[in-house]
Design a binder for this molecule. Structure first.
Ligand code: DC
Length: 234
């Protein structure tokens, strides 16, 4: 298969559906770039936490927005080729996945000015196509013209179990399964009901419910859809 044709692949869906793993795999398989937009919202959240901009669940929004020009987010491959997230030059890949950040990220992702800034940066990253981007609003807001859109979903319990297993594997033992399930459910609620860039299935998205699929089955599904779409490109 000739992958020299470049399209934009938007992968949206609920948290902990394994979107990122899937998106990364596809990008590598077809030789495209990969952008994890959730990592960008997480990095802004870490910035707000580290700079004392949170007071409980309230963030000093105007101050954060004023300081956005000093929040520089970038991605660079680690020695084993995985893309890692940097915040103002510091590798924050691990820190942005902690519960401390997960608990607050929906608050940051609901701020209109933050979203505007992130969407602008994401659109710039996709200018030359040949990119897989995963998030919540990629197929609806960032690249409504994307040639391939996938909407990934799975039951809340399945997703909570996946995230819980990940946290345990990382040695984050301070949380229970119920904590994680609550976090997943609460994030679903905030993500789907916020006014700005809510999680929504694009009308032309392909839906993938992976509650009972293996990783190999999902990858094959994705690659088949990609090949089908690319073969129809002019
Ligand atoms: O994919 P994730 O769980 O790392 O995303 C973290 C949070 O960021 C999640 O609460 C949804 C939000 N997000 C968003 O609002 N828009 C995106 N394009 C990506 C993530």
């Amino acid at each position: 298969m000739n992958y020299s044709k470049k399209i934009i692949i938007a992968i949206d869906g609920y948290s902990s559906t394994g979107k990122s793993t899937m998106a990364k795999w596809l990008a590598r398989e077809v030789g495209y770039g990969y952008v994890d937009t959730g990592a960008m919202y997480r990095a802004v959240t870490l910035y707000a936490l580290d700079n004392g901009l949170f007071d409980g669940d309230t963030v000093r929004e105007a101050e954060l927005v004023r300081r956005l020009p000093e929040v520089h987010i970038s991605f660079a491959p680690s020695t084993d080729g995985r893309n890692e997230t940097y915040l103002n030059g510091r590798n924050v890949e691990q820190e942005i996945r902690s519960m401390r950040v997960s608990d607050k990220v929906s608050i940051i992702a609901a701020i209109a000015d933050v979203r505007r800034d992130m969407v602008r940066q994401q659109q710039a990253m996709g200018l030359h196509k040949g990119i897989v981007m995963d998030g919540r609003d990629i197929g609806t807001m960032v690249f409504p013209q994307a040639e391939m859109k996938v909407f990934v979903t799975a039951s809340a319990r399945v997703r909570a179990q996946r995230r819980y297993d990940e946290l345990l594997a990382k040695g984050d033992t301070g949380v229970t399964f119920d904590d994680v399930l609550r976090n997943v459910t609460e994030r679903d609620r905030i993500d789907t009901t916020r006014a700005e860039g809510p999680l929504r299935q694009a009308h032309d998205a392909l839906v993938l419910d992976n509650s009972t699929m293996t990783r190999d089955e999902q990858n094959q599904w994705l690659l088949d859809k990609f090949n089908d779409i690319i073969s129809r490109q002019p």
